[in-house]
Ligand binder design. Structure first.
Ligand SMILES: [Zn+2]
Ligand SMILES: [Zn+2]
Length: 418
């Protein structure tokens, strides 16, 4: 019998954590911000045999170092690009907690121990344990992102991680060639909608950039540091416009470029990034604001970072544009701006109604409803468990109507596979 304990990420996007107990081994799959550990079965973490993480996003990897502070000493398996991106994100999360005066989730020493315990497993590779094996496959989501397959006691359990099942500029589509899957644990971020045609989105972005820059304005593109900054760089690679990159996206692109295997077209990304001008200090920001061009910068949801400065300088300019390229979580400055037309940043005491042209383009790195369902039809798993989504119960019910055996567990639930 195999037990899966759902620690987080059920009926919510993020906070992922699963404890897999094969009877012989205990594995932790993901441990992200902010899984609750108090009552969960994770306390005896010293008994874990191994930890695995599908990709570097903090909702999957954020609290892994904390497990080391609880006495765990074993390995954490991930793809090489994931390790390098996590290094940047984890250090940044400590910095933010120190700055905000919050208690630290883990110390730099715990982080070092975590980093020293990382074992690389690449897509197509398998690690063997006493009774089970775990294999990695491409997830198509962000560089380093994998799906994980556990084989144990004649059962095959596949976890999609976060996945994108069509090609993007940055990534090849996730793998879909699986058979004899007993349990498919699937992300379902976009179980309720389909994304617009990708080519159309790319054309829209190029059109807005061309119109703005050739009209004498600046096109400000807030973008997540991991995945989105690089995707936007590649979409705009063929345009003849000056492009600046600011914020953490710069560092993350350097980390991704160390791993040519982690992207679809390493050469193109390398060229696009080498052509872009890097913003290293405040003076560069003012330089970027002097003439027409594109500025790609964090934070993707406008909650801080250099984007706030740019908005404070550009908000009155009707010849400029602000293009949001990712989902804006309710409560963020970006969502507030989309909903009310007002940009608020308390730290900078800024509250303005930008006159810039505003656009939202859904460059999501998650697969959508129709591609999820196509995937299930192709793989034909005996059971589907949906998580990492806000509408998991509705989605599971819909899948059952289509003839799948599907369920949506709640955090704290345990599923037994016999
Ligand atoms: Zn996620
Ligand atoms: Zn993710």
């Amino acid at each position: 019998m195999i037990e899966i304990h759902f620690l987080g990420g059920c009926a919510e996007v993020g906070k992922m954590g699963m404890l897999i107990d094969t009877g012989t081994e205990k594995f932790l799959w993901e441990f992200g911000f902010n899984v609750q550990t108090k009552e969960g079965p994770i306390e005896p973490s010293i008994n874990l045999d191994a930890m695995f993480v599908s990709h570097a996003h903090m909702d999957h990897s954020g609290l892994l170092p904390k497990i080391y502070s609880m006495g765990y000493n074993g390995p954490t398996y991930c793809a090489p690009a994931t390790a390098d991106i996590m290094e940047i994100l984890h250090r940044d999360s400590i910095k933010i907690q120190v700055r905000e005066g919050e208690p630290l989730d883990f110390t730099k020493r715990d982080l070092k121990r975590f980093e020293n315990s990382i074992m690389f497993l690449r897509p197509g590779e398998t690690e063997e344990f006493t009774q089970s094996t775990v294999s990695f496959f491409n997830a198509g989501h962000i560089p380093g992102g994998v799906m994980m397959l556990l084989e144990s006691q004649d059962k095959r359990i596949l976890f999609t991680g976060d996945t994108k099942l069509i090609d993007t500029q940055l990534m090849e589509a996730g793998d879909t060639d699986f058979s004899n899957i007993d349990v498919l644990i699937s992300e379902s971020t976009y179980s309720y909608m389909n994304h617009p045609d990708r080519k159309m989105l790319e054309d829209s972005l190029k059109r807005i950039v061309n119109e703005t820059v050739h009209g004498g304005g600046i096109c400000l593109i807030p973008a997540f540091a991991v995945g989105r900054t690089q995707e936007i760089l590649m979409v705009l690679a063929d345009l003849d416009v000056p492009i600046w990159v600011d914020g953490m996206g710069r560092k993350v692109t350097d980390a991704i470029l160390k791993h040519p295997e982690s992207t679809k077209d390493h050469k193109k990304l390398k060229l696009a990034f080498s052509k872009a001008r890097k913003i290293l200090r405040q003076g560069d920001r003012d330089k970027a604001l002097e003439r027409p061009g594109v500025i790609i910068t964090t934070a993707g949801m406008l909650n801080g970072g250099p984007v706030v400065y740019y908005i404070s300088r550009l908000f009155e300019r009707e010849d400029c544009a602000l293009v949001m390229t990712g989902f804006q979580v309710p409560g963020t400055a970006g969502r507030n701006l989309l909903d009310t037309g007002e940009f608020v940043n308390e730290e900078q005491e800024l509250s303005v109604k930008p006159k810039m042209k505003m656009e939202f383009l859904d460059f999501s790195a998650h697969t959508d409803k129709s591609h999820l369902i196509d995937f299930y039809k192709k793989v034909k798993p005996k059971k589907i468990i949906v998580m990492h989504g806000e509408n998991t119960e509705e989605f599971a019910a819909e899948l059952r109507e289509m003839g799948f055996d599907a369920e949506a567990p709640a955090n704290g639930d345990k599923i037994e596979i016999v």
